[in-house]
Design a protein around this ligand. Structure first.
Ligand code: FES
Length: 88
């Protein structure tokens, strides 16, 4: 979470990071509505990159191609993951 705050959230398998955050009341920008056409939902994956869905075409088209950055709306969670929310 922001300002060094941390929040642990339990969720169902296969949900996107953006949706998990919003459902948990964690503010996360999402200008394009979670469709992979902006980069405002970009987060930094601190742990568990291997538990995320593979990087997809939309992320590559938006230039989000280097670890630890991922688009939260395009990254489905399949295990324990720790992410840093980027504030704007
Ligand atoms: S909300 Fe726009 S790319 Fe994720």
């Amino acid at each position: 979470m922001s300002n060094g705050q941390q929040k642990v959230v339990e969720t169902e398998d296969g949900k996107a990071i953006l949706q998990i955050a919003l459902d948990a009341g964690i503010p996360m920008e999402h200008a394009c509505g979670g469709n992979g056409f902006c980069t405002t939902c970009m987060c930094k994956v601190q742990q568990g990159m291997e538990h995320l869905s593979p990087r997809n075409d939309r992320e590559e088209n938006m230039g989000v191609v280097n670890d630890p950055e991922r688009l939260s709306c395009q990254s489905q969670v399949h295990g324990d993951v720790t992410v840093e929310v980027i504030e704007y």
